[in-house]
Design a protein around this ligand. Structure first.
Ligand SMILES: C[S@@+](CC[C@H](N)C(=O)[O-])C[C@H]1O[C@@H](n2cnc3c(N)ncnc32)[C@H](O)[C@@H]1O
Length: 246
């Protein structure tokens, strides 16, 4: 089985934007989400995008006026983000997102960790530690937005464990999900037309089965209020706000 980092570096990065249903669609969904959440900076306010991927959150945040630090450990996805960023205020950092506080010299007004990224951390202790760091780092009155898929409330069985992601006449991408007690063993299956014939490539890794109730409790214990929770395109989105007086 691959580490998450190797899975992205060696398998997923070249097709990641394509499996999003094309970058433009994922970008537009975030433009609309951030508008509905009314996420706006004071001038120059810093936003951190943890696990930014190709930038479908970083770009809309920079367009809303945030100065964005976009952190990911996959350089190929950061290169894509940089190509799209143009003159927008986005600085990319190739690093482990858990070390984000090494790359900021002022408290961010906004931290996002979206698109099912938290589930990639190695265990729940690492998630707790990350939540604590995020809570401490935020500016008083600042906002944390995370989004994850629901791997807790039901367990697909039989044929439901095969999830078609995207297909065209050159490639077909399917996920096979094997649910265990605390993790989902994810197998990404890519068929690609190579020299006129279909060739299969498979890579597998683990995702944590995280419970938003537990993450939210941790945020609340750290002095944040859960101001919104909703489900958007199969993803649970949670907005938490740090008290202005902390
Ligand atoms: C599912 S993608 C989400 C990307 C983007 N936020 C989105 O919504 O499309 C998860 C991203 O997190 C990155 N990632 C996972 N674990 C990481 C870690 N510990 N440090 C840095 N990046 C990480 C992966 O490289 C990948 O780009």
């Amino acid at each position: 089985m691959k580490s998450v980092r190797n899975h992205y570096d060696e398998f997923l990065a070249p097709v990641y934007s394509w499996i999003l249903g094309d970058f433009e669609n994922a970008y537009q969904a975030n433009v609309e989400l951030f508008a509905s959440l009314e996420l706006s900076p004071e001038y120059g306010d810093l936003a951190l995008d943890l696990g930014c991927g190709p930038g479908c959150q970083s770009l809309p945040l920079a367009e809303r006026g945030f100065s964005v630090i976009a952190i990911d450990f996959c350089q190929e996805l950061l290169d894509e983000l940089e190509e799209r960023a143009g003159d927008l205020q986005i600085t990319t950092v190739c690093a482990d997102l858990r070390e984000f506080d090494q790359y900021i010299d002022e408290p961010p007004g906004l931290i996002v960790c979206m698109g099912d990224t938290l589930v990639h951390l190695p265990d729940t202790a690492a998630v707790d530690k990350c939540i604590d760091r995020v809570s401490r780092a935020l500016k008083p009155g600042g906002t944390f937005v995370y989004s994850i898929r629901d791997y807790v409330s039901s367990e697909p069985a039989g044929a439901d464990r095969f999830v078609p992601i995207r297909a065209d006449d050159q490639q077909i991408f399917t996920c096979f999900l094997d649910y265990r007690d605390t993790v989902v063993h994810v197998h990404d299956v890519l068929y690609r037309k190579e020299g006129g014939a279909w060739k299969m490539h498979i890579s597998d890794y683990l995702k944590l089965r995280l419970d938003t109730a537990e993450i939210n409790q941790r945020l609340q214990a750290n002095g944040l209020d859960i101001s919104r929770q909703m489900t958007e395109k199969g993803m649970i989105v949670v907005v938490a706000t740090k008290s202005a007086s902390t």
